[in-house]
Design a protein around this ligand. Structure first.
Ligand code: ADP
Ligand code: ZN
Ligand code: ZN
Length: 861
């Protein structure tokens, strides 16, 4: 029903078009005025005005996918608004609607707008990220040679292309790519088109992903007397089968199953349908990523008093028309997830939906099981490992309101959930929530807060070690702070059952009274590796870790050994006194570079020779550090041959299934020592893990990154939190050359408060976030010299602009080469813009190709 005032609809639509879209394999970098450019400023948010032709009046709505002419081409665009007027006199018309149903809601459109403004990322990229690739129908170009041109004027390559088109007839870009004589055919082709030798037309390709349909059959002729007599045993077999299926169930059977069970062909089934004996219907079947999972339903437990207190606050907020953002700081195992489940349960009861963000797919199996057990009917998952078909189907079922709880990685915040009631961001400090390598750039935590604000929903940011920025915001009252200071004793029944099954009293089990609710956090022991060396132990494992590992295995329990992959072999450390080479200007660790050998500060560019003698103690044993999962695994097997090890890192766990398999092998006790990287640091809640060993804490500490202290603290706390999650006592051993480092000390004491205060003081003094905002501008170029000079050019330009605008609170740091100065054959240089509102300086700055803007970088490497 159209609003009578707008019976004819507005005459213009503002359409976001991906002008950098790869059409026909040719990447057209923004082509400017080929469309109907309606705005000069805010190029990132640029939209184009199109006329709505009479036959589409009243049907065009914001959020719809449309086809529009763009230059000589046709592109898919997204209607972002309707308009009564157009800023340009001559507009072209929308060609067609892809789907009358809007692909995006008003809330999603608003979120995309926010992303674009907040992260200086193209609006079209933000909008596209909200649509499954299956819906993104592509246009491709077809090329056809035109007769009558002056062929003698053509250069050889152009002539060869022209002849190919004469020979083969019209070719699409993809076809041309296969037969083209040279790799660099594209510019030649464009010249041919421009000079009128070749005609370019748009053809639309069908989407490769479609709804998946299946044929179902049901018996109509229940009276056997009407069945065909004798002659067709296949037909009879089918009818018998269908008759059996009619008892009990709905009677609908998949044709595929009939074929399999009776050997009858589809033709047999159709013949029965023609005789009116059976009915056939088509049904959409969902490609379901959760299809293989069996959820054992569980009721929610009674909350502990700590949880109850927090819950009262959250529950009250869920009744408000406009919810608030909460920071829930709870030690590992304090029952945060249980509260997330409560909140989701409550909003479902209100008829609303929920989004639960989890940082990485490594931890989704367990989280998905917990949510699946509570909400099996309405759970959707979204992560990078879904197939395009699964993604498409999940998206459609979420949009239709059938699935109302979405658990997923960062992009799940873009999901089309209706009537959003709560957003949960688990492990909110995780830097993987930032999408900075591809467009659209955004931080899922910030997007969650904005999405919730738009929807009136509450948002819960949960962590044992909140991001310092979040903590700071909570102190200022921008987030409502909630705490769960004590660990809940989990898996009580599980352990009792295990002990009963084994029929033995567990050697390390001290019975815990039933009314005891809380457990201590596992004891943390810091091992000074320098001292180990002094007593002649230069092995990878200290005596303490070696012994603890032996005891754990003997007791039938499990251990996790953690290896930090990031920053391996980067810092130069004295193995006698723990001295680390630091930049004299920035007080950040400098990185070792082999060719030429030198130390480099990736923050300010300071460089110096690699010391041969420790400047602090004179020792010659100063070198860079390393330890990989493979070496750790073989060391475990060498020292404890009875161990059954599993290596879990990005080399061994390459698919979502492998995470699931690894988890179940470990949970079933097939494996008792897990050696892993960051992937094993998070989320696991495993009753038999009683020992966690951090093989070398230092590697993360000495990354030449502003955030390395915070990361180390978070990581050590998270890893430590994997131990002692049941009634069995847990123990954590952290090996380090620098036991006195504040981040290590604080982690060993579980002293978040102390760590946060010291780190915040440092940040304030040096004008770093959260006291200022940083924007990283990174330039990459195949030519080393050009990379440097372009970065210098921009730095000069920015400094002039700062002076011109009088933005004295803003400064530009650099150019500096980042830590990974060379990536994929390209040289990288970076600038940091720092200030209270650096975006003001950068907002309508149009950067040439090759630049990447990273607002609020989570790492400066
Ligand atoms: P977190 O998310 O803070 O790490 P979880 O919610 O995973 O904590 O809780 C830790 C363990 O305690 C889990 O095994 C969970 O099932 C259990 N648990 C949490 N709350 C309760 C409760 N109220 N009663 C009993 N067990 C609980
Ligand atoms: Zn030394
Ligand atoms: Zn420096």
């Amino acid at each position: 029903m159209t609003d009578p005032g707008h019976a004819l609809g507005q005459p213009y639509a503002q359409v976001a078009v991906d002008t950098a879209l790869t059409v026909s394999g040719i990447r057209f970098a923004d082509e400017g005025a080929t469309g109907e450019d309606s705005e000069d400023e805010g190029w990132l948010q640029r939209t184009f005005h199109y006329g709505i032709p009479a036959e589409l009046r009243g049907q065009v709505r914001p959020g719809q996918l449309v086809w529009v002419p763009f230059g000589a081409r046709q592109l898919q665009g997204i209607v972002v608004a309707l308009d009564d007027t157009s800023p340009v006199a001559e507009t072209r018309d929308i060609l067609a609607l892809l789907d009358p149903e809007p692909a995006l809601s008003a809330e999603q459109l608003a979120l995309a707008n926010w992303m674009s403004t907040r992260y200086l990322t193209p609006l079209s990229a933000a909008l596209l990220a909200m649509i499954p690739p299956a819906l993104q129908q592509r246009a491709t170009m077809r090329y056809e040679a035109l007769p009558g041109g002056d062929l003698a004027a053509l250069k050889p390559t152009a002539r060869a292309l022209y002849d190919l088109l004469i020979e083969h007839g019209a070719l699409t870009a993809a076809e041309l790519a296969r037969v083209a004589p040279v790799k660099t055919w594209r510019p030649h082709l464009r010249t041919l088109v421009a000079d009128g030798y070749v005609r370019e037309t748009t053809v639309l390709t069908e989407p490769r992903i479609r709804p998946h349909k299946e044929e179902l059959v049901r018996l109509l002729a229940t009276d056997r007397a009407t069945w065909p007599s004798g002659r067709s045993p296949r037909q009879l077999a089918v009818l018998e089968l269908l008759a059996r299926c009619l008892e009990g169930g709905s009677g609908w059977v998949r044709v595929a199953d009939i074929r399999q069970q009776t050997g009858a062909s589809s033709a047999t089934v159709r013949a029965l349908a023609d005789k009116g004996l059976v009915a056939i219907r088509q049904e959409t079947v969902w490609r379901d990523p959760l299809a293989g999972m069996r959820f054992v339903p569980i009721a929610s437990p009674t909350l502990t008093p700590d949880q109850e207190l927090v819950w009262q606050t959250i529950a009250a907020d869920l009744e408000q028309p406009q919810g608030h953002p909460f920071l829930l700081q709870g030690v590992t195992g304090s029952g945060k997830t249980e509260l997330y489940l409560r909140a989701v349960e409550r909003v479902l009861a209100q008829g609303r939906g929920a989004i639960v963000l989890v940082p990485e797919i490594a931890l989704t199996p367990q989280i998905i099981r917990r949510f699946g057990a509570r909400f099996p009917e309405v759970l959707a998952v979204m992560h990078g490992a879904l197939s395009p078909g699964e993604r498409y189907d999940q998206w459609r079922r979420i949009r239709s309101g059938e699935l109302r709880v979405v658990v997923g990685a960062r992009s799940a915040i873009l999901a089309p959930v209706q009537h959003l009631g709560v957003v949960v961001v688990d492990e909110e400090h995780e830097w993987t929530y930032k999408q900075d390598q591809q467009t659209p750039h955004y931080h899922a935590r910030e997007a969650a807060i904005e999405r919730a604000r738009l929807a009136g929903a509450s948002v819960i940011l949960g962590s044992a070690t909140p991001d310092l920025g979040s903590y700071y915001r909570a102190q200022r009252g921008e987030l409502c702070y909630l705490a769960l200071p004590r660990r809940v004793i989990g898996h009580r029944g599980v352990i009792d059952q295990m002990l009963a099954e084994n029929g033995v009293t567990h050697s390390r089990y001290t019975p815990v009274a039933a009314e005891t609710l809380y457990a201590d956090l596992p004891e943390v022991q810091l091992v000074d590796l320098r001292a180990e060396l002094r007593v002649g132990n230069s092995a990878m494992f200290s005596r303490a870790l070696d012994q603890a590992l032996g005891e754990t295995l003997a007791a039938g329990e499990q251990a996790i050994l953690f290896v930090n992959r990031r920053g391996m072999a980067s810092a130069v450390v004295c193995r006698d006194c723990g001295y680390v080479s630091q930049c004299p200007r920035c007080r950040l660790a400098m990185a070792y570079h082999a060719r030429p050998p030198r130390l480099l500060c990736h923050h300010c560019g300071w460089r110096e020779p690699v010391p041969e003698i420790c400047p602090a103690c004179g020792s010659r044993r100063i070198r860079y550090l390393s330890a990989g999962t493979e070496r750790v695994e073989s060391e475990v097997l060498r020292t404890h041959p009875e161990a059954r090890t599993l290596r879990w890192d990005s080399d061994t766990a390459t698919t979502a299934q492998s995470h699931e398999q690894f988890l179940s092998r470990f949970m079933q006790g097939e494996v008792n020592v897990l050696v892993g990287t960051q992937m094993v640091a998070k989320g696991f809640d495993l009753p038999l893990v009683t020992l966690v060993g951090v093989v070398l804490a230092d590697t993360a500490l000495h990354l030449p990154d502003l955030y390395s202290g915070e990361r180390t603290f978070q990581l050590l706390t998270q890893v430590a939190g994997r131990a002692g999650r049941s009634v069995l006592p847990g123990k954590v051993i952290i090996q380090t050359y620098q036991p006195e480092h504040p981040a290590v000390q604080a982690a060993a004491r579980y002293d978040y408060e102390g760590f946060a205060q010291a780190e915040l003081a440092f940040r304030r003094e040096h004008r770093y976030p959260p006291y200022t905002q940083l924007v990283r501008l990174e330039y990459a170029d195949g030519d080393a010299e050009r990379a440097h000079s372009e970065t210098e050019r921009l730095a000069r330009m920015l400094n002039e602009r700062i002076a011109l605008l009088g933005m004295y609170g803003v400064d530009v740091i650099g150019p500096t080469p980042p830590y990974f100065a060379r990536a994929r054959g390209r040289w990288r240089w970076q600038l940091l813009v720092r200030g209270l509102d650096p975006l003001r300086l950068l907002r309508d700055l149009r950067l040439p190709l090759g630049w990447r803007i990273d607002v609020d970088p989570v790492s400066l490497l």
